[in-house]
Design a protein around this ligand. Structure first.
Ligand SMILES: [Zn+2]
Length: 255
């Protein structure tokens, strides 16, 4: 029985991932992503895609990663986002079960996936996603976890202030103003403990990534890293595993 629930959760996640791909593609191009009249087309030959071209993950496999009409290679981003979203939904269900916290998780990780990919591809963190997400997730968290209100408020304030200070000191060179919103979002999504964990692990992994790029001569010291990718991914990891790591660490230092 359980396995069936997991399979359905994965398929549901993959379908949500398919929608997230549409948002990631359309939003930076200033196109309405909620317009369902506007059907998906191949970005090269503009051929309208049918139901068979749009089945999450499976279409990519059956079409061997190419457009059915013009044979143009389909970006890896599409199956990657679908697979990722499916797997993350499964992990959330595994960790939180059938609970309101899982619903908050599904909304939060979907937003983080969109923001991480848009930041990675276009180096922007769009306000029209981040700002409503902060408000909605904060309200849901307070409704579901009223006892955690202090941790959520402090998390949001810490996340925003941390990036705002860097933005102020560096005059916007180290981090973009979008990272301030992303910091606040992580705070209200994760609460103070896990938000700290996510932000600092993002720094560690982000720096290691930057160092290997520098060594391989792929970037220069001055080029800006799309830090949103690391914040997004670590935010998701910390939503799923953070509470355990935080309580383990508290035990370790005897807090
Ligand atoms: Zn095509």
């Amino acid at each position: 029985m359980n396995i069936i629930i997991y399979i359905f959760t994965f398929l549901f996640g993959a379908c949500v991932g398919s929608f997230l791909n549409v948002v990631i593609y359309r939003l930076p191009r200033k196109r309405k992503f909620l317009d369902f009249q506007q059907r998906s087309k191949c970005p090269r030959c503009r051929h309208l895609l049918s139901f068979w071209d749009l089945i999450p993950v499976f279409s990519f496999i059956f079409l061997k990663g190419k457009c059915r009409f013009c044979r143009k290679r389909i970006s890896w981003q599409y199956p990657l986002v679908e697979l990722m979203t499916g797997l993350i939904f499964v992990l959330i269900y595994w960790q939180y079960g059938l609970a309101w916290q899982s619903l908050i998780g599904l909304i939060g990780v979907s937003v983080l996936i969109v923001l991480a990919f848009i930041d990675g591809l276009h180096k922007i963190v769009p306000d029209q996603i981040s700002l409503p997400a902060i408000a909605i997730i904060f309200c849901l968290q307070i409704l579901v976890n009223p006892g955690e209100y202090l941790s959520l408020i402090l998390g949001g304030i810490f996340g925003a202030t941390w990036f705002w200070l860097q933005w102020l000191i560096s005059k916007g060179k180290w981090v973009g103003s979008g990272d301030i919103r992303l910091g606040a979002l992580l705070g209200v999504f994760l609460g103070l403990g896990s938000a700290l964990l996510a932000i600092f692990s993002a720094y560690i992994i982000g720096s290691l990534w930057a160092i290997q790029l520098l060594i391989r001569g792929k970037v220069r010291l001055k080029s800006q890293l799309p830090f949103g990718i690391f914040l997004g991914i670590l935010g998701i990891v910390c939503f799923i595993f953070g509470p355990e790591v935080v309580s383990w660490y508290r035990e370790l230092i005897g807090l």
